[in-house]
Design a protein. Structure first.
Length: 524
């Protein structure tokens, strides 16, 4: 009999006897448990061995035995739920707790954060959805991108504080001509499975980038000598080393780059290697052979808890109704959530409709319809531009609704609680103006591959840059916008990318509506 089954039997007896010491018989207890006397005796013996009860049997007709409870059902329930949570068995823990979300959240908070176990520092975090695919070549959400930076390395990397490009797998590089860059690889760099990094791994990892918009100006990639990579470009790119710091340019083993690997269990050269990723738990362990500084945390253990609402997943004693922090205790994210209007073949291709949508779906209109609980839950404030200090608001007064209303298609990324809430409000606002609105939630892979049959008029999207700087902003926005390329004129994307590669910043006049910016509390 499993511990959970035994616990249920204990609960039946505990409730029937009201948790008090009682005089009873084996026959009475077998009726409570709906089993034979023999099986009931085995159950009582097992409970007695586990020190849950004291069972003092008395033989003889008409005589009663004594049953004394050494544990309450409540303490036993919580102890076993903790053990199930530690093992990552959240569904079983929910069953044991009778689907009490509040109790599961409290137990999770007791076991999350940094703890020391067997001399190792372990960081445990809850998360609301699986992190099953960590393929940097495919579109990744912000959480996956952050994890990918712990697993993989690129030829270069960005210093988040300084906003400067720094060496990573390449210890040095130089521009032999405006269209010819040479990178020198570090020696003796090992992948997580033990293989030493070589030029073939780099070439096979970067070769597929030629099919993407951001790297379409790569002409060819060669290796003239051991640990030397030459990249030839079709056009000048003064910021090419910075471009290679993007997640899409991370380096992986050649076989994995050719599609032979399992991206649920990716292999990189980063400070952490993936040891478990089964949909319920993602476990990262410090890579002892990492070429840089060894990670201070030994284990990062992420528990997947889709059973819990989004607002329960904050660490620490704060609950969903945590007070808004003071200005001195908060930091704004560099980036924002925004609407991307389809100016190619959607409703916004008409300037009048584009103007109407930008004004009707402003940050104040959408976030103004959020409840105070939702504002605190998502920790979001109105954004007036794609970066702090930028202003992309539509000027002038609200004009009348154009004639000839038709159905609108709004798309957003599935399994994104904030986007779900924004979509609900946008649909509500547009329907109030007489529109027929269809919501189209899509998987990130479907967005990247363009697998959506309808013409999408409005995309709900977002970006987080990690560090302030217009160059990083342009890279982040163009990468995000290129995934929704069918809704933007090709001339717009091509001109912006050419300007960026030539060292000129595109003018911030994008067909977007800035919505909200996240704040992060700096308190522990």
């Amino acid at each position: 009999m499993s511990d959970q089954q035994l616990t249920r039997q204990f609960q039946k007896i505990y409730n029937a006897l009201q948790g008090k010491e009682s005089k009873t018989t084996l026959h009475q207890l077998s009726e409570i448990l709906f089993c034979t006397k023999r099986h009931c005796r085995n159950i009582l013996t097992r409970m007695n061995e586990l020190a849950w009860i004291d069972w003092v049997p008395v033989s003889g007709r008409g005589k009663q035995s004594t049953l004394r409870f050494r544990r309450s059902f409540r303490s036993l329930q919580l102890e076993q739920a903790k053990a199930l949570i530690t093992d990552g068995r959240f569904e079983s823990a929910m069953d044991l707790l009778e689907h009490s979300v509040d109790e599961l959240a409290l137990l999770l908070r007791e076991q999350t954060g940094v703890q020391v176990e067997n001399g190792k520092q372990v960081l445990r975090l809850p998360y609301y959805r699986p992190l099953s695919r960590l393929d940097p070549r495919k579109p990744m959400r912000r959480s996956e991108q952050h994890l990918a930076r712990q697993i993989y390395n690129g030829l270069t990397c960005l210093n988040e504080e300084k906003g400067e490009v720094e060496p990573d797998l390449a210890h040095f590089w130089e521009a032999l001509s405006p269209r010819h860059w040479r990178f020198y690889l570090r020696p003796s760099v090992r992948f997580h499975h033990g293989k030493i990094l070589d030029s073939d791994d780099v070439i096979h990892s970067l070769q597929p980038l030629k099919k993407t918009r951001m790297f379409a100006h790569i002409e060819r990639i060669e290796s003239p000598a051991e640990r030397i990579i030459d990249i030839y470009l079709k056009a000048e790119d003064h910021y090419f080393p910075k471009l290679l710091a993007q997640p899409r340019a991370f380096i992986m083993p050649a076989d994995q780059a050719l599609g032979l690997g399992d991206f649920a269990m990716p292999c990189g050269t980063g400070p952490y290697r993936v040891s478990i990723n089964d949909g319920q738990q993602l476990k990262l362990e410090a890579f002892e052979l990492y070429f840089g500084y060894r990670a201070l945390l030994d284990v990062i253990d992420i528990w997947i808890t889709p059973e819990l609402p989004f607002c329960y997943l904050h660490l620490g004693p704060q609950h969903c109704n945590a007070p808004f922090p003071k200005l001195g205790q908060m930091r704004m994210d560099d980036g924002c959530q925004y609407l991307l209007l389809n100016t190619k073949d959607g409703l916004a291709a008409d300037p009048l409709w584009c103007q109407y949508l930008r004004r009707r779906l402003s940050a104040t209109a959408i976030l103004g319809a959020f409840t105070a609980e939702a504002i605190e839950k998502f920790r979001i404030l109105p954004a007036y531009g794609l970066l702090p200090g930028w202003n992309h608001l539509a000027g002038g007064e609200q004009e009348l609704i154009p004639e000839d209303l038709r159905q609108l298609q709004i798309a957003w990324q599935r399994e994104h609680p904030l986007f779900d809430e924004m979509a609900r409000v946008i649909i509500q606002l547009l329907e109030a103006d007489g529109f027929s609105v269809k919501g189209v939630p899509l998987d990130s892979q479907d967005i990247a591959l363009g697998e959506h049959p309808e013409t999408i008029d409005i995309w709900i999207s977002g970006m987080s840059l990690g560090s302030r700087g217009q160059m990083r902003y342009c890279l982040g926005f163009m990468d995000s916008a290129s995934l929704r390329g069918p809704c933007l004129p090709s001339s717009f994307l091509s001109l912006s990318i050419r300007s960026l590669c030539g060292g000129k910043l595109p003018m911030p006049c994008f067909p977007v509506v800035s919505l909200g910016v996240h704040w992060y509390s700096l308190d522990p």
